[in-house]
Write a protein that binds this ligand. Structure first.
Ligand SMILES: Cc1cc2nc3c(=O)[nH]c(=O)nc-3n(C[C@H](O)[C@H](O)[C@H](O)COP(=O)(O)O)c2cc1C
Length: 195
């Protein structure tokens, strides 16, 4: 199976979310799977322009914005699993992740011609899993992003498989430890069992 990871922390190798994602991917690869890793802060991902140019082709994303989202659309459509990995900023994902998700919800869901015709969701049935970290108590930090993703998935027909989050308590102590490794691997196992 192939997994498409969208990763969106500006902290690169120092990122807590990246530490969890790498552990997830280690378990994923050990099970014989492949993955591609898109680091959104290192790519050009413009916000959706709301031009609705994508809505006139029901067979492909057909987004008019020529940037790095084009390759990501292709990868998402081919993937058996999409992993969204972002820290929580202001009770939601980081800005590049929000921009990427806005681009997807239009280019991959042909619902918005505004003429009364409803086309297909190109990512209908696509499994989505989420990895996140946050500074506050995890349930109260991640609940709003989780709810918005659950609604997006219901709207576009994707399968929301689960969200895994860990709290970042201090910049002066190491984030990753053995318990987090085990919990990350348990999450990876639960996702693989749902595919
Ligand atoms: C601009 C900004 C906004 C943040 N907003 C929140 C927030 O709303 N809730 C929260 O629990 N943590 C918040 N945090 C803390 C981060 O989510 C936390 O430190 C996270 O582990 C960083 O992940 P990273 O190392 O992968 O970048 C914020 C951090 C920054 C820099």
């Amino acid at each position: 199976m192939h997994c498409c990871v969208l990763f969106a922390s500006p902290r690169g190798k120092e990122s807590n979310t990246r530490a969890l994602t790498e552990e997830f991917l280690a378990a994923w690869h050990e099970a014989g799977n492949t993955a591609s890793f898109h680091s959104l802060y290192d790519l050009a991902i413009s916000p959706c322009l709301a031009c609705r140019g994508c809505q006139w082709d029901w067979s492909a994303p057909n987004c008019v914005v020529e940037d790095d989202m084009q390759a990501i659309f292709t990868d998402i459509l081919a993937a058996d699993l999409v992993v969204l990995a972002s820290p929580i900023y202001n009770w939601g994902p980081t800005a590049p992740m929000k921009a990427a998700l806005d681009r997807c919800i239009y280019a991959l869901c042909k619902f918005y011609r505004g003429t009364g015709e409803k086309g297909p969701s190109l990512w209908e049935g696509k499994p989505i899993a989420v990895i996140t970290t946050a500074g506050y108590r995890i349930e109260k930090a991640t609940d709003l992003w989780e709810e918005s993703l659950r609604r997006s998935c219901k709207h576009g027909g994707m399968r929301f498989l689960g969200l895994y989050g860990e709290r970042h308590r201090s910049y002066t102590e190491p984030f990753m430890d053995e318990e987090k490794r085990e919990r990350t691997r348990a999450f990876a196992q639960s996702i693989m069992e749902q595919l």
